[in-house]
Design a protein around this ligand. Structure first.
Ligand SMILES: Cc1cc2nc3c(=O)[nH]c(=O)nc-3n(C[C@H](O)[C@H](O)[C@H](O)COP(=O)(O)OP(=O)(O)OC[C@H]3O[C@@H](n4cnc5c(N)ncnc54)[C@H](O)[C@@H]3O)c2cc1C
Length: 227
């Protein structure tokens, strides 16, 4: 990740207070996290109880998209204007300190607050469908059958602006108490990158089907939808 230019929080409720030097507010950092993170967790209140539901997201310019069945309780509440908090978390490394107290993780996370609108325009729905498909596997959209009108109708797509968002980032080695550096205890980072296993072809594929490049080259650390 590039070193971000300094930027200010956009609202008091997205201002990182605890370890505030880890707070990042520039759009480029926030979008990199949204793009690399495979899924998000969307939080909202339903009947006075908070829920946090995992789901796929995608970003296009300054808009975050979610999708699902028109029967979804989550999407139904959100499209009626329920206020939402969408969080994306990437764990880069486990931080192994000499003391239990200073164990940590290197992470990049983004929190987006706001309300969502239902996407009804066919062209925007198609663009969002492409973004959601390519978010999971970049390049997939160009090789698959596109949604038809019936499938588009059976898919609810919601959009959220990135206007009120923050990121928080921890990098670097463990930070131990000075006297603990003398202890004969291994300390350092254990990187935990998201790496794919070997592709498993669908049993109904003809045996001769080659695995496409966008599958063999899948690499979560190199997701650049703006390229
Ligand atoms: C990696 C991942 C990606 C997903 N992507 C999508 C997506 O793109 N679109 C989509 O619509 N859904 C997706 N889901 C499913 C999603 O988490 C919800 O199950 C779904 O959206 C239905 O939500 P709901 O509020 O209508 O469910 P309801 O069935 O109304 O939820 C009722 C209750 O069921 C429980 N529940 C619901 N979902 C889950 C869950 N995932 N895990 C544990 N308990 C649960 C909770 O207690 C919840 O309050 C994804 C799930 C995962 C784990």
């Amino acid at each position: 990740m590039n070193s971000p230019e300094p930027a200010s929080p956009v609202s008091p409720r997205t201002t990182v207070r605890r370890l505030r030097e880890r707070g990042r507010y520039e759009r480029s950092t926030i979008t990199e996290i949204l793009d690399e993170g495979l899924i998000c967790h969307v939080g909202f209140i339903d009947s006075e109880h908070p829920f946090v539901i995992p789901t796929i997201h995608a970003r296009l310019d300054d808009t975050l998209y979610l999708h699902g069945s028109p029967g979804s309780r989550t999407l139904g509440l959100l499209k009626k204007g329920a206020r939402a908090c969408v969080t994306v978390t990437i764990v880069d490394a486990l931080v192994l300190a000499r003391s239990a107290f200073h164990h940590s993780m290197n992470y990049r996370s983004a929190v987006v607050l706001g309300e969502l609108r239902e996407v009804t325009d066919r062209d925007e729905k198609m663009l969002a469908s492409k973004a959601l498909t390519d978010h999971v596997v970049p390049g997939r959209w160009d090789e698959i059958r596109r949604p038809n009108d019936d499938e588009l109708r059976k898919t609810t797509i919601l959009a959220m602006s990135l206007d009120e968002a923050s990121a928080k980032v921890r990098t670097g080695p463990p930070v131990d108490d000075e006297e603990d550096y003398e202890l004969p205890i291994w300390a350092g980072l254990l990187p935990v990158p998201v790496t794919p296993g070997a592709p498993e072809p669908d049993p109904r594929l003809p045996a001769s089907s080659p695995v496409p490049d966008h599958v063999t080259s899948w690499d979560r650390q190199n997701v650049h939808p703006d390229d």
